[in-house]
Design a protein around this ligand. Structure first.
Ligand SMILES: *Cc1c(COP(=O)(O)O)cnc(C)c1O
Length: 469
């Protein structure tokens, strides 16, 4: 499989190189040159497979030519073996034909484990083969950091540095990062905000001299392997609900358009999906596009669903590329006008095309809490605020009551106690078994000033399993 850039100017890469690449050299994002397509019979024959076996069938074409089948199978069995639920991604019924796909049974209790547990293992496999080492420098406002650290903690060939804003992530989120020890794991608390952390990561990609030749790898959702891993659970859910003979609809709490883009790909690979709902919080650039063809940057608001607090949706470019007939020059032009003027619309027929599949809703904090309370009353289930946004959007935007509606349950509610307490159901919260001692564990973390040079010096001092690069 070959991968091409959404801006049309960067060289095509194979899977191995795309795994190690961040943005393409032309500023675009990598996508498969040709999407694999499965027949209905083929998909139907996967019913009842264990999660890792299904994952093998869905992802095999994407890694073809880079990873032999037997090795890939072994990696997938290990990856999904660490999940705490035997079904890996169980479906829980909320209402008549309404289901939550629980994606929070991984080590850090959010769906990002699905991709980052795999990414860590794939990186280590490829690097071992090449005899190389890499450094990961990532910024987190919470979920990505812990999932990336958990995913890389056993990697022999990866050193990981995660920057989080000092005193600005929740206790659970911080402890999920700082209580994991390893000579290749480095938590850095920056005396600044999340944007400061992210700027430092961007600046480090732009000028990598401090790495003395070691390659820098991205773990945010611009990395293709993350999207790829997320395609699998759309198949997994649909197969349990009568697919592919029957269509299924999904409602997806989204910020960077990564998770929902995976659903769009599942559909293009042959899975009958009749509707995809973009569920956003008050930071609603995606909703403004879907409802009114306006993709315009606005100020950032802090919400009760912080993992979706974004101004710009990085993966949206991947959808735009398809909407424009995969014309890289057109995307480069759009992105340029976005950079210059802070926004754009697309031609009417392209927008109409998107609306055949996508609907959207923006849900504010008050509605989020109302939904958590409402669902608790109806079912006894406590939802996390991101999932609650998905439920609200599903109920408002649903096109057909006959088609099963699956809401992606993106996080466990214990990660976001503020929203759950505000909704009045906090008493029902309990830490899952494997985290019951989280608050007794020792923490390891370095506090650094909001200064790029200080951070880069730290990385080059510790980037080789705690020793200098
Ligand atoms: C990251 C995250 C999201 C948003 O995912 P995208 O891929 O950016 O759309 C939603 N909910 C939770 C809990 C997350 O951690």
């Amino acid at each position: 499989m070959r991968y091409i850039s959404t801006r049309g100017q960067a060289p095509a890469l194979n899977f191995e190189d795309v795994l190690l690449a961040g943005l393409a050299t032309d500023g675009g994002l990598y996508v498969p040159e040709n999407l694999p397509r499965f027949t209905q019979e083929e998909i139907a024959s996967w019913a009842g497979l264990p999660y890792h076996e299904l994952a093998f069938r869905v992802m095999r074409p994407f890694v073809a030519g880079s990873i032999p089948d037997a090795d890939f199978k072994k990696i997938l069995e290990e990856t999904y073996g660490v999940f705490a639920h035997s079904a890996v991604a169980p479906l829980r019924q909320l209402n008549g034909n309404e289901w939550v796909l629980e994606l929070f049974h991984g080590p850090t209790l959010a769906f990002k484990d699905f991709a980052l547990q795999l990414l860590g293992r794939l990186l280590d496999y490829v690097l071992e083969k090449r005899g190389e080492r890499v450094v990961i420098v990532g910024a987190t406002s919470g979920d990505t950091g812990s999932a990336a650290i958990e995913g890389c903690k056993h990697c022999e060939n990866v050193d990981i540095f995660i920057l989080h804003p000092h005193n600005r992530v929740s206790d659970v989120q911080r402890r999920q990062m700082t209580t994991i020890f390893g000579e290749n794991i480095h938590n850095i608390a920056i005396e600044g905000n999340f944007d400061d952390c992210q700027e430092m990561v961007k600046a480090s990609f732009a000028d990598q001299g401090f790495l003395k030749g070691t390659r820098l790898v991205a773990v945010n959702s611009i990395n293709w392997a993350r999207i790829m891993a997320q395609i699998v659970y759309y198949f997994h859910a649909a197969l349990q609900l009568g697919g592919p003979a029957r269509s299924v609809a999904f409602s997806v709490p989204t910020g960077n358009f990564g998770d929902i883009f995976a659903g769009y790909l599942a559909r293009n690979m042959g899975l009958p999906i009749n509707q995809l709902i973009v569920a956003t919080n008050r930071n609603d650039i995606l909703h403004r596009f879907m409802s009114g063809n306006q993709y315009v940057k606005e100020t950032l608001h802090a919400t009760l669903s912080p993992s979706m607090d974004i101004m710009v949706s990085s993966n949206f470019e991947r959808l735009l590329f398809d909407l424009h007939g995969r014309n890289g020059a057109a995307i480069a032009g759009l992105m340029d006008s976005f950079k210059q003027g802070g926004g754009f619309s697309v031609e009417q027929e392209r927008w109409t095309e998107a609306r055949k599949l996508f609907d959207s809703l923006a849900v504010d904090d008050a509605q989020t809490c109302e939904t958590i309370a409402e669902v608790y009353e109806q079912t006894g289930e406590v939802l996390d605020p991101h999932t609650a946004i998905g439920v609200k959007a599903a109920r408002e935007c649903r096109r057909s009551l006959d088609i099963p509606m699956v809401i992606l349950g993106t996080a466990h509610p214990v990660k976001f106690p503020d929203a759950v307490e505000k909704a009045g159901v906090g008493k029902a919260l309990e830490l899952p078994m494997h985290l019951t001692d989280l608050f007794e564990r020792d923490e390891r973390c370095t506090v650094l000033p909001n200064d790029l040079k200080a951070v880069q010096a730290f990385v080059s001092q510790h980037g080789n399993r705690g020793k200098p690069l």
